[in-house]
Design a protein around this ligand. Sequence first.
Ligand SMILES: [Zn+2]
Length: 142
Amino acid sequence: MKALIVVDLQNDFLPGGALPVPHGDEVIPVANELQRHFRLVVATKDWHPANHGSFAANHQGKKPGDRIILDGIEQILWPVHCVQNTHGAEFASAFDTSRIVHVFHKGVDPLIDSYSTFLFICSDLPWTTALNTARSMRASIG
Ligand SMILES: [Zn+2]
């Protein structure tokens, strides 16, 4: 079974957001269209607590782009972005979320940044859940 994983299609990563990707909004209609071609659609959200260690604002005298050692690992510092339960952390309003069966939250541990969708360490639910969901859907579809 093929699955579509939509990664971090959140307001703060779009033009006008706190950490914008230029033309990031142009992927929204593509993501919406692609979903029709997959039986399983999941998504991720960058989902930081306000005290996250990757935020420059949480380190006195530091600015975005500076590097620090965070819990033993080199960390680039970012502007405050994708703080849990804020507008910036929400999916883009034009993004069709109706077919998403699960949203994985990453970057929830204040001491661990998490760029990868697959290697995040702290999540509310492990990837095995998504795989089990996929297996269940396959079984039900036949
Ligand atoms: Zn982040």
